[in-house]
Design a protein around this ligand. Structure first.
Ligand code: FEO
Length: 401
């Protein structure tokens, strides 16, 4: 049975949510599920903006048929060719043989790569600034390369001031009836997942996101319609400001993230001591994670949030404790910059992790290493307790400064 929601008088959300998928892109845990958004605009011409993932295509086609009623579909705009949005494209062409496919030149190349399909005259190739008149509404197109793939683009409805923003401004999390961000407690219940989505999916491409934000700044936007998660019609500036920070690698908060890789608990004991001293010095909302049982995508999100990071790890195989090394390499791959970092190592007979962690941090842009680091040889002793106290003082002063 169809399950749609109107966005404006002429625009309908025809997407659906997947609450069964464990790993988005077969990488990122999504315990709250994920939505794949698609939209239909009814005018003298009818337009579908993007399709959906294979998993929910049945629901999507029911929604689409319901909204169109007896009308034909004139256009499908393909803003993004990743299969979570284009998997249903061939089935769409089969069901609606008269539909023209609107995309840029790279989109058309990717359609040929993903499918055995000759679009011929059904392909309508657009470039930056092109317009598509529909009657009352006119769509314009802006390229958004690497947000998140090279062919990505966004579409703007000049009549109702709607920006169809593709992956930008999306988030993990199924839509539970409440389509609009102002129908949920977004900051309380969604922001962490929105941050985790952004940082892990497009965090590496801050400059390209900045280009898109500059284009968006020139538009009046009343509705922001991403391909995942809630639609925005209020407080859009608040969410854009988050993107501004994330894409310039500016910390969202003056706060500390402590990531701990501990084999038997001694390194963790040191971090508990550090956290207690920080709290006594007035630092609030300290985030301390066990790197071994926290998904790395959560840690990447937290690292983008916090201004200060403490890395504490055991030495393992004469290197960095494996989950910590994995986290650090992932952080570097996502291009995190401009953080203050302190390093604590443990090594009962040959401590090496500190030097190696510092080398990775040093190879990242704009990172400031705090002090020389602290070395534990097995358990915390009086000398290290003092060093941790001193580190807490340095960190607290810098954070609260
Ligand atoms: Fe939601 Fe890059 O696809």
């Amino acid at each position: 049975m169809h399950c749609v929601r109107p966005v404006t008088e002429d625009l309908y959300w025809v997407g659906a949510s997947d609450r069964r998928l464990a790993l988005f892109e077969n990488v990122y845990p999504i315990p709250r599920g994920v939505s794949y958004n698609a939209y239909v605009l009814l005018d003298e011409k009818t337009v579908l903006l993007d399709t959906v993932d294979e998993a929910i295509s049945g629901q999507f086609f029911e929604n689409l048929a319901y909204v169109l009623g007896e009308r034909m579909l004139d256009y499908v705009v393909v803003n993004h060719m990743e299969p979570d949005h284009c998997a249903a494209l061939m089935e769409l062409l089969h069901r609606y043989p008269g539909v023209a496919v609107v995309g840029n030149a790279k989109t058309m190349t990717m359609i040929g790569q993903f499918f055995d399909c000759e679009l011929g005259e059904r392909a309508l190739t657009v470039k930056e600034g092109d317009t598509l008149p529909l009657g009352k509404h006119t769509l314009t197109f802006a390229m958004a390369p690497m947000v998140h793939w090279p062919e990505a683009m966004v579409t703007y409805d000049t009549a109702d001031k709607v920006l169809f923003s593709a992956d930008a401004f999306g988030t993990f999390g199924a839509l539970n009836g409440n389509l609009f961000a102002d129908e949920v407690e977004f900051e309380r219940d969604w922001l962490a997942d929105a941050r985790r989505y952004y940082t892990n999916i497009v965090g590496k491409y801050g400059m390209q996101v900045q280009s898109l934000l500059k284009k968006a700044a020139a538009l009046e936007i009343r509705y922001l319609c991403p391909l995942h998660g809630p639609v925005w019609r209020k407080d859009i500036g608040w969410f854009v400001e988050k993107y501004q920070r994330w894409s310039t690698y500016a910390p969202e908060e003056r706060a500390v993230l402590i990531v701990c890789g501990s084999v038997y608990g001694h390194t963790e004991n040191a971090m508990d001591i550090l956290a207690c001293r920080l709290a006594e010095k007035g630092v609030r909302n300290i985030a301390l994670y066990n790197v071994s049982n926290t998904d790395v995508s959560e840690l990447v999100g937290e690292a983008f949030r916090c201004s200060h990071i403490v890395l504490a790890a055991a030495t393992y195989n004469n290197g960095i404790f494996t989950p910590m090394e994995n986290f650090l390499l992932d952080l570097k791959a996502h291009n995190l910059q401009n953080r203050t970092v302190a390093v604590v190592e443990n090594g009962s007979w040959g401590p090496q992790a500190g030097k190696l962690m510092r080398e990775i941090v040093d190879s990242m842009k704009g990172m400031t290493l705090l002090g020389e680091g602290i070395t534990l040889k097995s358990a915390v002793k009086a000398a290290q307790r003092e060093a941790l106290e001193a580190l807490a003082g340095q960190l607290a002063e810098d954070i609260l400064g």
